[in-house]
Design a binder for this molecule. Structure first.
Ligand code: 3PG
Length: 394
């Protein structure tokens, strides 16, 4: 992959594919993380004298112009984050975009309207990609979090312009490579979240790569039930018991230790302040549901992390949005952060809920790397080739 250092950007019109798909409420961006992560690439290009033309999708307008899905408020937020003027063009191709680009001076930053307002974007259409490419002299992709999409602005365009990875894309690829490419061992994975069904491929890939796989969240209930434990009213997926047993068997064949909860925190309902009880997984009451790992399970996981040299984490260990069921997630997050600060653990985390959970635990900055990618992070954990990355490697 060619990186920014190899691009002589001065005076060039650089099309920068960013991921400006940020959460918005009442016209205000509510989480600036993705924008903040983008600033090093924008500053570097702008300081080098490039005309920085930012391309991105926003939400899922399905090829139509949906005014509520305009990137205009995001361009304003980006200007505030950068502390500088950022232009906006109300279309990403055609006369309006062309005029806005023609009016740029070296160092200027311009955001073009949502690429998904055009059906050609998601169709990876060559003609649409050509219309985009006509606006630039070089292409930089800094949108790892959109790299699982083979769309015109992430894939087709790389066949039309010299293509480079931006600094965020580069950091993301380096962090992910460090934890699953050629990691320091033992390497541990923590996988949590609600459903096994959404993480089957991920679990299947990880058992072949990591030395320890800790399973938490409601998806652990499916594994416990598959092992013959009664899980009461816990969320679980009865259809997946065979699949879960298959994953456990494969892990054993491949020398991957699976860590399942030995005790859990249960309650009659998921509600803040509800009465709770800590029980071994062998005696979950019929009317109760497991909502968090218990203290023994948490301590066991922390002890394993103490031996590990690398960690990849996706998904919370309990219903962390509803205290006290955040306890295990917070303790393990703090433990992993401490080991990272001490220099014994390389810690990489990603996925929407995971970022929220680490922020809740107050350790977002202490991990070696936290990816802001959701679907792309999961597909990468599944071992899939991401088209946006493959296109840069070509
Ligand atoms: C994301 O937020 O995960 C990316 O921007 C991709 O969005 P998408 O799932 O709509 O393609």
């Amino acid at each position: 992959v060619r990186t920014l250092g190899e691009l002589a950007a001065s005076g060039k019109r650089v099309l920068l594919r960013a991921d400006l798909n940020v959460p918005i409420k009442d016209g205000q961006v509510t989480d600036l993380t993705r924008l903040e992560r983008l600033t090093p690439t924008i500053r570097e290009l702008s300081n080098a004298g490039a005309k920085v033309i930012v391309l991105s999708h926003f939400d899922r307008p399905k090829g139509r112009r949906v005014p509520e899905m305009s990137l205009r408020p995001v361009a304003e937020a980006l200007a505030a984050v950068l502390g500088r003027k950022v232009g906006f063009a109300a279309d990403c191709i055609g006369p309006e975009a062309e005029a806005a680009v023609a009016a740029m001076s070296p160092g200027d930053v311009l955001v073009l309207e949502n690429t998904r307002f055009h059906p050609g974007e998601e169709k990876n259409d060559e003609g649409f990609a050509r219309a985009l490419a006509a606006l630039g002299d070089a292409y930089v992709n800094d949108a790892f979090s959109a790299a699982h999409r083979a769309h015109a602005s992430t894939e087709a365009i790389t066949r039309l312009l010299p293509a480079y990875a931006g600094r965020l894309m580069q950091a993301e690829l380096e962090a992910l490579g460090a934890v699953l490419g050629a990691p320091k061992r033992p390497v541990a994975a923590i996988v949590g979240g609600a459903k096994v069904s959404t993480k089957l491929d991920l679990l299947g890939n990880l058992v072949g790569k990591v030395d320890l796989l800790a399973i938490g969240g409601a998806m652990a209930n499916t594994f416990l039930a598959a092992r013959g434990h009664a899980v009461g009213k816990s969320l679980e997926e009865p259809d997946l018991h065979d699949t879960a047993r298959g994953i456990l068997a494969r892990a054993e064949e491949q020398g991957c230790t699976i860590l399942l909860p030995e005790d859990v925190v249960v309650a009659r309902e998921l509600r803040a302040g509800v009465e709770t009880q800590i029980v071994p997984v062998t005696s979950i009451p019929a009317e109760a549901m497991a909502l968090d790992l218990g203290p023994l399970s948490t301590a066991a996981l922390l002890a394993r992390l103490g031996e590990a040299r690398s960690l990849v984490w996706n998904g919370p260990l309990g219903a962390f949005e509803t205290p006290p069921f955040d306890a295990a997630t917070v303790r393990v997050a703090k433990g992993a952060a401490g080991l990272t600060r001490a220099g014994t653990l390389l810690s990489v985390a990603g996925g929407g809920d995971t970022v929220a959970a680490l922020r809740h635990a107050g350790v977002l900055e202490d991990f070696s790397y936290v990816s802001t990618a959701g679907g792309a992070f999961l597909e990468w954990l599944e071992g899939k080739t991401l088209p946006g990355v493959a296109a840069l490697e070509r």
